[in-house]
Design a protein around this ligand. Sequence first.
Ligand code: HEM
Length: 634
Amino acid sequence: MVEFNSNILVTLALLIIVTWAWKIASWLFFQPKRLEWHLRRQGLRGNPYRLWHGDLKDMKSSTLETQSKEINLHDDISSYAVPFDHHIIQKYGKKSFVWIGPIPRLNIMDPDMIRDILINYNTFHKPKGNFLLKLLVDGLAFEEGERWAKLRKILNPAFNLHKLKNMLPAIYLSCSEIVSKWETLISPTGSSEINVLPYLAYLSADVISRTAFGSSYEEGRRIFQLQKEQIQLILENSQSSYIPGWRFLPTKSNKKMKEINREIRAIVKDLISKREKKLKEGEMKTEDLLGMLLESNIKEIQESGNKKDAGITIDQVIEECKLFYFAGQETTSNLLAWTMVMLATHRNWPERAREEVFQVFGNNKPDFEGLNHLKVAIATCDYKVTMILNEVLRLYPPVSMVSRKTYETTKLGDVTLPPGVEHLLHITFVHHDTELWGDDAKEFNPERFSQGVAKAVQKPNSYFPFGLGPRICIGQNLATIEAKMAVAMILQRFLFELSPSYLHGPQIRLTLQPREAIEQHGEMVWRLKEIDLETRAILRDVMSSSEKRMRVGEKDAKDFNPERVANAAKKPPNSFLPFGLGPRIRIGQNFAMMEAKVAIALILQNFSFEVSPILCTCSSANSSTSVWSSNNSK
Ligand code: HEM
């Protein structure tokens, strides 16, 4: 009997071992080989499958090698930020694939395919099984099918543009805190070098804290810090190959990640219960995301006739709140960081946008009483600032790629995909494609959006910084309002330029970030110069009078006649070149002009002056001393 039992046990153990061995062999070898055969048969190309790692090792080394170097602002960022995929596309063409371990991932850059994939969200799913990412966030962004539809229905009302306008005071407070802080950091001489990155990160975390929880940044601070730590751990883990079951092992980093997750959940839970208590006591209006989410949830339950599974549980509410932080913080702060880089290096654009900001905001700081005006201002401050933000989102899309996976045989264009293939929709590559955007695709030119997004694109679906279709970013309006408000308030108060120590090198760590943000030790510094109220008024006048000057004709070439410069465009090309010409034109041109305009305007406002009789105009520049006699005109 004992012998019989032990025979059964041995057979069972053997059976289990053989089954697992077969599963592992299939997962590591037979399945990838079968998928490869299907793809190659249909004209798709990529590296031959290499056991377990696929292309992961090459991907890691090519990223490290490429990103150890610095690039110029005008260089192509696609080959820098996503070097391996870029290399594969160059080598095998647009119909190519990359091996993510044993899984082939197609490179998708065709706008029609992008539409087909993102519209058919029930066929093309978000790849599941990324446990590490799930530790960081879960909820709407990772749900599928009916669960996703139910959640989206409950969450949608909270992100409605009309409701978001009620959050303007909260967003204003966050922006105001940052610009006031910068004002205090600026030295009495009026200009200072400030590392703006931490402030931009603070700003978008603060906006989420205030709009989601109606509380200050301080209360949400811990969540923000913990999520940053979690992202770091996840990135470290995701760089090694995936091993099934690894997550259950009590490794140091697995334990740390679970601990962080528990702490974040506890903080959010506490915030929610305080919120619910206040709601019950009728103390607080429901004008924050959490309040609206809870309200919308109650409505959903009531409309379903109080069905048990209608609405969402407290655990799901916690996940959504974590998701707001995750999805909204880094994305928006990177949008702002790239906007500042672009404005600092394309000086005519801040001037043009500043003019618009002065027109809608006036010279005064917007304050609480002026919030109604602010609502109108933000809605109308819609031209140049929006053009700039659209162009930044095109060139530096914070979410630079989205992925999908098919779990059944699916047709995509002229290819039939076997189940198990992933798709990477390269937002950056599509946004930089000269076939879709013209020869200047890689240049910063907000003008292309002057007639709106629909007219800027040559082919539909070639611009999708917020995704497309039913799963388009739910926070798009919130991010846009925050970015507009922040850019407007920064332009209204500061002139800025990049510090010479800035190193350009956009890299993807979940989002597309400046190199400094990743290296953490580097600094993305701007030389900020505060524009005081008086100067703002002068600046505004200088700007509007420049329009009048444009209409004036020319006089004799040797006379001092500033009016002629306004007509320089009518002169033969290249006959006015005080800052040089071509690609090496002085980078500081606009900054110098702005500074000179402000200085001259202030001098003219405060002094009348004349050249002293002792000034000798024919002596050499080195030996002569310019002397003015001035009278304070006040
Ligand atoms: C500049 C800022 C932002 C950018 C560029 C951005 C980009 C995107 C993109 C491309 C997607 C689609 C992902 C996919 O299809 O796989 C997405 C989805 C999402 N975003 Fe954003 N986002 C931004 C800000 C925000 C903010 C502020 C929030 C919330 C507070 C947010 C919440 C979400 C959520 C919840 C989803 C998932 C939607 C769903 O699956 O139904 N995002 N975002």
